[in-house]
Design a protein around this ligand. Structure first.
Ligand code: GRG
Length: 287
């Protein structure tokens, strides 16, 4: 239990990658193009922070088996689907992801779109085969029209408002319309980013079968963790909150949000040490 947090994360990442490899159809399975694209998006992957949080949350609740792995992998598959779709030309139109071609640049838009759909579907297959009804309910709520997808739509709308405002300014016409107000920034962060973090953490507790009070504490931690994560991400990219509030205030907000998140874990005692350490690591993140 005294293992360094970075070692803990790298160990969990390996375990998650092995499980993901097992759950994803091989690239030789028909239709090969689709399975290749799914695997291209999942491997080598990114930080795997969401499934690691699911594992750490399960441990905070007293869990200590690999039975939680399919649930954790399902969460990562959902994250991957959002990234594939977010990169598509009709969304952010990004040619690169994680330093290499984005999925649609590699496989074509049609296959990339379907690879995202298939990853999302596989996630729910894993939840139904290895998780439980409550996990399916919580995840579907978190990532639906009033969750991640809702946040993505608010983001799209905010960007379009911003474009219109810039055009109006260039034409010397007075400012009108909504623009990206701070409350809208919070809506976007809590839905687009926070909702999946919240359910990733909650799922560990739901799988272990702990009571409602503990599930709520985990959910609060996950939501605040997601907010801190977004603030730090914006500081690294110089946009979002960093642009709206300035770097110093954004950094302070991240510190406050992290303190609040950790306070809510007191009920788990020492078992929540990993969650606390991961939260502190995210706060310190510079790349
Ligand atoms: C429903 C299509 C759709 C999109 C949902 C999640 C999302 C919205 C879009 C992804 C783009 C983005 C910048 C979202 C903000 C959250 C965020 C910082 C995601 C990146 O997560 P990391 O840093 O990624 O955990 P890695 O590469 O480590 O997996």
């Amino acid at each position: 239990m005294n293992m360094d947090i970075k070692k803990y994360i790298s160990k969990k990442k390996k375990v998650i990658d092995k499980a993901l490899d097992k759950f994803l159809p091989s690239s030789k399975t028909r239709p090969q193009a689709l399975h290749k694209a799914m695997r291209y998006a999942v491997f080598p992957g990114g930080k795997r922070i969401r499934p690691i949080l699911t594992l750490a949350s399960f441990e905070a609740c007293g869990g200590n088996s690999n039975k939680i792995l399919p649930v954790a992998c399902g969460i990562e598959l959902i994250h991957t689907y959002t990234l594939i779709h977010d990169d598509l030309p009709c969304m952010d139109n990004d040619d690169y992801r994680r330093g290499r071609l984005s999925c649609h640049k590699k496989s074509g838009e049609d296959i990339a779109l379907l690879a995202g759909d298939a990853l999302l579907t596989l996630a729910f297959q894993l939840f139904s085969e290895h998780g439980n009804r409550e996990i399916i309910k919580e995840v579907s709520r978190a990532i639906g029209s009033q969750g991640t997808i809702g946040g993505q739509v608010a983001d799209i709308e905010a960007k379009s408002e911003k474009r219109k405002a810039t055009l109006r300014q260039a034409q010397g016409r007075p400012e009108q319309g909504r623009g990206t107000k701070n409350e809208n920034l919070n809506y976007i962060a809590n839905h687009k980013t926070g909702a999946l973090f919240e359910v990733a953490v909650k799922s560990g507790g739901i799988f272990k079968g702990v009571g409602k009070k503990k599930i709520n504490s985990l959910g609060n931690f996950g939501r605040l963790f997601g907010f801190t994560f977004q603030l730090i991400d914006d500081l690294m990219d110089g946009d979002g909150y960093a642009k709206a509030y300035g770097r110093e205030r954004t950094r302070n907000m991240a510190g406050d949000s992290n303190d609040k998140a950790k306070k809510g874990l007191k009920v788990f005692g020492n078992r929540a040490a990993r969650l606390v350490e991961i939260a502190d690591l995210v706060l310190k993140r510079r790349s």
